[in-house]
Design a protein around this ligand. Structure first.
Ligand SMILES: Nc1ncnc2c1ncn2[C@@H]1O[C@H](COP(=O)(O)OP(=O)(O)OP(=O)(O)O)[C@@H](O)[C@H]1O
Length: 243
């Protein structure tokens, strides 16, 4: 295990508990800190609570008890009308993608900029470049309804990146794409991180984690521990339900 020692956190979890429906205890005293420029894989078996933890950071859920601080805001004290402002600083790729079916791929990717009220002329090229980068130049005018799961995932990724957020939360961002595209997506995320964006990538695919030499937040029994990069000889996938 390694320790976090920089100053000024982007995300702080202090003794965070999350229980669904009063019975399903997913987080049981989770503590960790994310600093500017950090890249972390979030690993743990299926059902460990990785998505739940990302949703807490995005303020899509509130903790049952404990402190979640994002960009210096304690989410328990934060009025809900201020949440959108906080969320605009975060790019998210959740498993359900949340694309709008009545918009084209281009319009979905452009949406965060439109919401910010930015002049379309200033981001049109960025949107096209991002969609080209994720291999969707030919699908720019297609609505999500006619896209494959992997294509939707790549639109969601482009949308998460377009506003150059301070923090990116990616939940299994390579889960629906082939290994070549998966590697390309990871290289893009690592490059963004190198330019200063803090990133958390949740995955239970250790094949993705291995070789990329990034620190790991391991979620186990509702608690998080920070670990150094996984050595190359580790098996590619965690066994289902492994602790
Ligand atoms: N909104 C919800 N209401 C009730 N239970 C939930 C809810 N969301 C998740 N859960 C439960 O909480 C547990 C953790 O789910 P979560 O999706 O956070 O795990 P995960 O580690 O991301 O899993 P996976 O790797 O399979 O995506 C699971 O048992 C799940 O069924």
């Amino acid at each position: 295990m390694v320790t976090d020692q920089n100053s000024q956190a982007i995300v702080t979890f202090e003794d965070v508990h999350l229980t669904y429906d009063g019975v399903r205890e997913v987080l049981r005293g989770t503590d960790f800190t994310l600093r500017p420029g950090d890249f972390r894989f979030l690993t743990g078996p299926s059902g460990a609570g990785k998505t739940s933890l990302l949703k807490l950071i995005y303020a899509a859920h509130r903790p049952t008890t404990g402190r979640v601080e994002v960009f210096g805001n304690d989410l328990l004290d934060m009025p809900s009308e201020e949440m959108p402002k906080l969320r605009r600083r975060i790019g998210v790729v959740f498993q359900e993608f949340r694309l709008l079916d009545h918009l084209t791929a281009f319009e979905n990717v452009a949406l965060p900029m439109r919401v910010l009220g930015v002049n379309p002329n200033s981001y049109r090229d960025d949107v096209i470049e991002l969609l080209s980068w994720v291999g969707l130049a030919h699908r720019i005018d297609a609505p999500p309804t006619v896209l494959s799961g992997g294509e939707k995932q790549r639109v969601a990724l482009a949308r998460a990146l377009v506003s150059k957020p301070d923090l990116i939360l990616a939940d299994e961002p390579t889960g629906n794409v082939d290994p070549v595209m998966g590697e390309k997506i990871m290289r893009l995320l690592l490059e963004l991180n190198r330019l200063g964006t803090a990133i958390i990538v949740a995955t239970h695919d250790l094949g993705l984690v291995r070789g990329l030499k990034q620190n790991i937040l391991r979620l186990k029994d509702g608690k998080v521990t920070l670990h150094g990069p996984i050595p190359d000889e580790t098996p590619a996938r965690e066994p289902e339900g492994a602790q």
